[in-house]
Ligand binder design. Structure first.
Ligand code: ADP
Length: 562
């Protein structure tokens, strides 16, 4: 599909230069354009900023007829329409609010519609009989050139952003069998790709994908600190890691877990802490605004625009912020809490450095956040009566995310790429992650056999059927004489003191690794109280079938320590 001698090849090169003002196609664009021009179904996977829009906008320009673009967000569509109108390409949107848009329907009915790109939301396609009839008429007249499904991963429950409306698009191929479909996404594992193709019934779909590697981004995981300490840590990182230019903080995003967190963090960042020297460290300004679904629409829009225009430096946002953000000079993306999967992390962190310049991506991680996220997944699955397989998939995704955070021994980039079925050798990372940087600085990670400590932990946990908190477990393992241990007579448990030589963080890492690898189970119960984060109690339990091989000496347990 990379030929340049198709009947349309000359025309597309001309259009690329004259209309789109670009010199050449980027790696996958030509393949996708040729495939869709040849009426083939295709799935295009390109990182955010890769240039997905051109893959269907250019074909829409070169041939009369209508390209229907199904896109989930009106704000995203408005953005596209703005660009298209600047280029003089006839395009419009049919949204739920504009059912009575007769002039659009009149145009669609004309023998050669003037319109080239018709943007619609999935619910519009699914629910509007009027639109369906109009599309049918276009199809019969050979004027329905293609469907484009933007953010196609939303159709899959295995993906990280499932939307029910998308599943109702499954009938498209049946209704319009000869109209090619182009699916676009920046994020899909092999399993999600297969699901997209299966659900839309595109057995001969061509798949084009680029590497998921973003060479200009640095990936790091830092321990998450509590409250104000975390705020000063963020400010320190900004200063020490060169995220200032001309005495001004550069543009960044901080992803937060809750609406309340967005508000709190933005307001704390705006405060000047004179004792920490903020007034000299940030002479021009450090201005942050919150962004989340709880804000009135006008405020949300205003905050986004202020950030977009560099009037504020930092936007503290929930994951509601992101789709369609097209700001090239984002210099850092911090995660104040853990994303729900590595795909989500890849996509959210991928909003940094879209201009090709360096971007710093730091994830502030705590084991407690992981426990909370796990218990929330279970709660919401219970409430929504989710299928057990879907819940399990979500828990597995979270587990992979946590394992990434816990694993500093392997190159972060290798881990991220592996998730997208790509092999990546550490040597190519060039110190652009915390693990490789540590190794370059002389740190050695060594696989250590910790089976003895693991057996000690198993013996302790097995003797406490009601469950034990991880902090207490570690104390017992290390043979602590603390009151909390002696009061419960845990100093008499088998396994007490089995990890005497370990320091606290090592012991914790072993226990966490045992949870992540399924030897121990975590159980989080919400104690009485209000709000989603009313105090929770997390205890660790013995998973007998999984532990037997180790208990019987048939298996070893290794972990990489530095
Ligand atoms: P995506 O939808 O994949 O996130 P966009 O389609 O918004 O990315 O494109 C990102 C940016 O790259 C846009 O500013 C676009 O104009 C630019 N771009 C896309 N293709 C090319 C190209 N072949 N040459 C130069 N710039 C391009």
């Amino acid at each position: 599909w990379d030929h340049t001698n198709f009947a349309w090849s000359k025309l597309i090169q001309q259009t690329l230069r004259n209309t789109f003002n670009a010199k050449s196609f980027r790696s996958l664009q030509l393949l996708a354009v040729n495939a869709t021009m040849a009426a083939r179904d295709c799935l295009v996977l390109m990182p955010t900023g890769g240039g997905k829009s051109l893959c269907y906008q250019l074909p829409a320009v070169v041939k009369p007829g209508v390209t229907v673009v199904i896109s989930p967000l009106i704000s995203l569509i408005q953005d596209q329409l703005h660009h298209l109108s600047e280029m003089g390409i006839p395009a419009t949107v049919l949204s739920a609010a504009k059912e009575s848009d007769n002039s659009i329907y009149d145009d669609l009915r004309s023998s050669t519609p003037e319109l080239r790109l018709l943007y619609v939301t999935p619910e519009k396609v699914v629910r509007s009989g009027k639109l369906k009839t109009a599309l049918q008429r276009l199809y019969e007249r050979n004027m329905l050139n293609r469907f484009v499904l933007d953010e196609a991963h939303c159709i899959s429950a295995w993906g990280h952003d499932f939307r029910k409306d998308y599943t109702e698009l499954r009938g498209l191929k049946h209704l319009f069998p000869t109209t090619p479909i182009m699916c676009l996404t920046a994020t899909a594992t092999r399993r999600v790709q297969d699901d997209i193709v299966r659900q839309l019934n595109l057995p001969k779909c061509l798949r084009f994908f680029d590497t998921f590697n973003r060479t200009n981004l640095t990936y790091e995981v830092h321990p998450k600190l509590k409250g104000k300490q975390m705020i000063s840590e963020i400010k320190d990182v900004i200063v020490k890691r060169g995220l200032m230019r001309n005495k001004r903080v550069q543009c960044g995003i901080i992803y937060c877990f809750s609406q309340a967190d967005c508000e709190k963090i933005a307001s704390e960042l705006n405060k000047v802490d004179r004792s920490a020297g903020d007034h000299t460290r940030f002479p021009k300004r450090l201005k942050a605004v919150p962004y989340h679904a709880g804000l009135p629409e006008a405020t949300r829009k205003k905050h986004q625009e202020m950030w977009q225009r560099d009037e504020v430096n930092i936007i503290c946002a929930t994951v509601a912020f992101g789709m369609g953000i097209n700001k090239p000079n984002v210099r850092f993306v911090f995660h104040h809490s853990m994303p729900k999967s590595l795909e989500a992390y890849h996509q959210e962190s991928g909003r940094a450095g879209r201009d090709g310049e360096h971007g710093l991506c730091i994830l502030f991680y705590s084991w407690g956040d992981a426990s909370k996220a796990r218990s929330m997944l279970m709660d919401s699955a219970r409430k929504e009566r989710a299928q057990p397989a879907v819940l399990q998939n979500n828990l597995d995704s979270l587990n992979t995310m946590v394992s990434y955070c816990e694993n500093m021994a392997d190159c972060r980039r290798t881990q991220l790429m592996a998730h997208f079925d790509e092999r990546f050798e550490r040597s190519r990372c060039r110190g652009m992650c915390d693990s490789c940087a540590a190794i370059n600085a002389g740190v050695k990670f060594e696989e250590t056999d910790v089976t003895n400590f693991v057996i000690g932990i198993m013996n302790i946990v097995r003797s406490v059927p009601e469950g034990i908190g991880i902090g207490l477990l570690v104390d017992v393992l290390r043979g602590s004489a603390a009151k909390t241990v002696t009061q419960k007579q845990y100093n008499r448990l088998p396994g007490y003191g089995a990890g005497k030589g370990l320091d606290k963080s090592e012991a914790e890492r072993i226990a966490r690794a045992m949870v992540l690898r399924g030897y121990l189970r975590e159980n989080t119960v919400r104690s009485e109280g209000a709000g989603p984060f009313a105090t929770t109690v997390t205890t660790i339990h013995y998973n007998r079938p999984r532990c037997e091989a180790i208990q019987q000496g048939r298996e070893q347990f290794k972990i990489a320590f530095s």
